[in-house]
Design a binder for this molecule. Structure first.
Ligand SMILES: N[C@@H](CCC(=O)N[C@@H](CS)C(=O)NCC(=O)O)C(=O)O
Length: 286
């Protein structure tokens, strides 16, 4: 995944010609969120300058209340505001001249879009519901995960708001033991589909190089894999309940699991500008 210095220079010039604002973009996040890791990974990869604005859950609504759904990630770049992770990836790709995350080739582009849509609408919600299903009973673990990387004032409010946030998460994501089990089956279903795609020996999900499809699969699978190179806040493997740990170890052994872990270890640190962005927060086991 090496890009020539000339290409990188051209991309930077393209960006400076098309962006009249000199201030870095702002990425509003909840550090634990895997959709935020999807957006963060894309910005790091295309080297779009940004500053992360991390929030505790619930308090993030003060920063996202202008949006229809109030979710994170949100990217504010100059006068533009993007309120969905896929829109953030498309903006990041276009702002840097295109063809980095989304291939110009029309057929490949359709494949990438279809895979990203499938992971966004199926994999992301199901990995989240299953992981919260395991962690919601662990109030202390959850509170410390939500507190990581957020401003001190917000972290200091978490002991008070955690009971309410847990209730809202349980209701909002419809988390029951039965639903968590159903979500686990659905995650396994997506993993089987990815296993099948990879069974012909391909190195990436669509085409010959890394795209938004690989990035989205790996980022949204993170809650069931806890990859070492993930820059979202995540629990240490030995801090999670035994049943969750065993399931994670099983996912890591699947073809799709190994693929996502490889994407994190080989592609997460790569940036077109060879820029190593400094995450504002670390993993809980740092
Ligand atoms: N389709 C959205 C989904 C984002 C999403 O579900 N974000 C969650 C965090 S993982 C969130 O903001 N939850 C808090 C809320 O709904 O207020 C995207 O791709 O950006």
């Amino acid at each position: 995944m090496v890009e020539s210095g000339l290409t990188t220079l051209c991309r930077r010039m393209f960006r400076s010609m098309t962006n009249t604002s000199t201030a870095p973009a702002i990425l509003i996040t909840i550090p634990l969120s895997h959709y935020c890791e999807k957006a963060r990974w894309a910005l790091d990869r295309v080297a779009l300058p940004y500053r992360e604005e991390p929030h505790a859950p619930l308090l993030h609504r003060l920063a996202t209340k202008r949006n229809e759904r109030g979710t994170v990630p949100v990217l504010v770049d100059g006068s533009s505001r993007f309120t969905d992770s896929t829109d953030i990836l498309k903006h990041a790709d276009a702002a840097c001249g295109g063809d980095l995350l989304y291939p110009h080739d029309a057929e490949l582009r359709r494949e990438v879009d279809a895979l990203e849509e499938r992971f966004d609408t199926e994999l992301g919600p199901q990995t989240r519901r299953w992981a919260y299903g395991q962690l919601l009973p662990q109030a202390k673990v959850l509170r410390s995960l939500w507190a990581r990387g957020v401003p001190p004032l917000e972290a200091s409010l978490l002991p008070v708001i955690t009971p309410l946030v847990r209730r809202l998460v349980r209701m909002g994501y419809k988390i029951t033991p039965e639903n968590a089990q159903r979500s686990l089956e659905r995650v396994r279903g997506v993993f089987r589909q990815v296993d099948e795609l990879l069974s012909d020996g391909r190195r990436f999900l669509a085409g010959e190089r890394f795209t938004a499809a690989d990035l989205t699969f790996a980022a949204l699978a993170a809650p069931v894999l806890l990859p070492a190179d993930c820059r979202a806040v995540q629990p240490a493997l030995d801090a999670v309940p035994v049943a969750m740990r065993e399931e994670i170890l099983r996912f890591r052994e699947t073809g799709a699991g190994r693929f996502a872990l490889r994407m994190f270890s080989q592609e997460r640190g790569y940036s077109v500008a060879a820029r190593q962005s400094q995450p504002l927060h670390g993993r809980i086991n740092d």
